[in-house]
Ligand binder design. Structure first.
Ligand code: MEV
Length: 337
């Protein structure tokens, strides 16, 4: 149905938006303080939002069945957008997308408010450093844009999702929304835009879950308070991590997998020194290396979540088996490039 006096075309049928997960290969935490970081999309896991026009029910309804804990209010139930807290991430994603792609006129199409059901499904583990929050918001933004007949650029989507990311933790660097919206490996420096990264030769990754959830907000807050208490030491650590990420960019572009692996080990040790690893993460990193991985490190905020290991095809199943035996609750095997 067309909106009178406006170019927006509201689609009468369901529209689906999707987004991948992500894993940070280099530079987490230091990226919040202006250092470069490298992240890649993980397409083996996905968030999906479906916008379905409703008849006979007023307002916008959200159904986030398999997102327990996404917000305290939305534990797998169907709820009305207007009844959610004003800082509910799903509500904010929907409202930002409606404002960006529909304008105020959407509120008045056919003389009524939009009547929609937005169903969210995701196979991305929550609070494990795999970008679940950014991916869900990206899927929602894309589904609403599609419903309104728009095809926003990755940059536009990323900009909106960044606003939602601020609700998850106050000072996001922007790397999660960027890699998820661009769906490409990225070399990212906060405030400097995004450089897409091209791997000189493909390489395999194994992502292994400790099974422990971790709050990015808490870990990032902890690092901030330690940085304030001892700025010189932390600035030194951030600078070192930045150097590793810069070298890793060259190694990835040149397809030098041994250098990538060595740099992953260096990055992990710097994150240990920063106080964001955990015994479980350290154990899985050690197990991956022992089983033949070329490199391994924790990934994301830390204190739980996932490790990422660089693997050659001939050792992939050995490394995966060893990680499972050591207690990893989920293994994702993926290829970059
Ligand atoms: C979280 O995926 C990565 C962190 O560096 C935080 C951020 O970049 O906003 C820990």
């Amino acid at each position: 149905m067309a909106v009178e006096g406006n170019q927006t075309q509201v689609r009468p049928r369901s529209f689906v938006g999707t987004a991948p997960g992500k894993v940070i290969l280099f530079g987490e935490h230091a990226v919040v303080y202006g250092q470069p970081a490298i992240a890649v999309p993980v397409t083996d896991v996905q968030a999906r939002a479906t916008v379905t026009p409703l008849t006979g029910t007023d307002g916008i309804w959200l159904l986030a069945a398999d997102l327990p804990g996404f917000t305290d209010d939305s534990m797998g139930r169907r709820y009305r957008l207007d009844d959610a807290e004003s800082d509910d991430p799903l509500r904010v994603a929907v409202e930002l997308a409606l404002a960006a792609f529909g304008g105020d006129t959407v509120r008045w199409h056919g003389g009524t408010e939009p009547r929609l059901l937005i169903t969210i499904n995701s196979t991305i583990p929550i609070a494990r450093g795999l970008g679940s929050g950014a991916a869900v918001a990206t899927a929602v933004v894309r589904a609403i844009a599609g419903h309104l007949g728009q095809s926003p650029s990755p940059e536009e989507v990323s900009r909106l999702v960044y606003e939602v990311e601020k609700l998850h933790h106050g000072t996001p660097s922007g790397i999660d929304n960027t890699v998820v919206a661009y769906e490409r490996p990225v070399y990212f420096v906060r405030g400097e835009g995004v450089t897409q990264l091209h791997a000189g030769s493909p390489f395999g990754l194994i992502i292994a879950d400790t099974g422990k959830a971790s709050s990015t907000r808490r870990v990032v807050g902890h690092v901030r308070s330690r940085w304030k208490a001892d700025p010189d030491r932390h600035q030194w650590l951030f600078d070192q991590i930045g150097d590793v990420a810069r070298q890793a960019r060259t190694a990835i572009e040149e397809g030098d997998r041994h250098a990538i692996g060595r740099l992953m080990a260096q990055n992990h040790h710097l994150l240990v020194a920063l106080g964001v690893s955990s015994p479980d993460l350290d154990t899985l990193v050690g197990v991956a290396l022992e089983a033949g991985a070329t490199g391994a490190k924790m990934s994301g905020a830390g204190w739980g979540g996932n490790i990422v290991a660089l693997v050659e095809p001939r050792v992939t199943s050995d490394v995966a088996d060893a990680l499972s035996d050591a207690g990893a609750t989920r293994i994702i095997s993926t290829t970059v490039g």
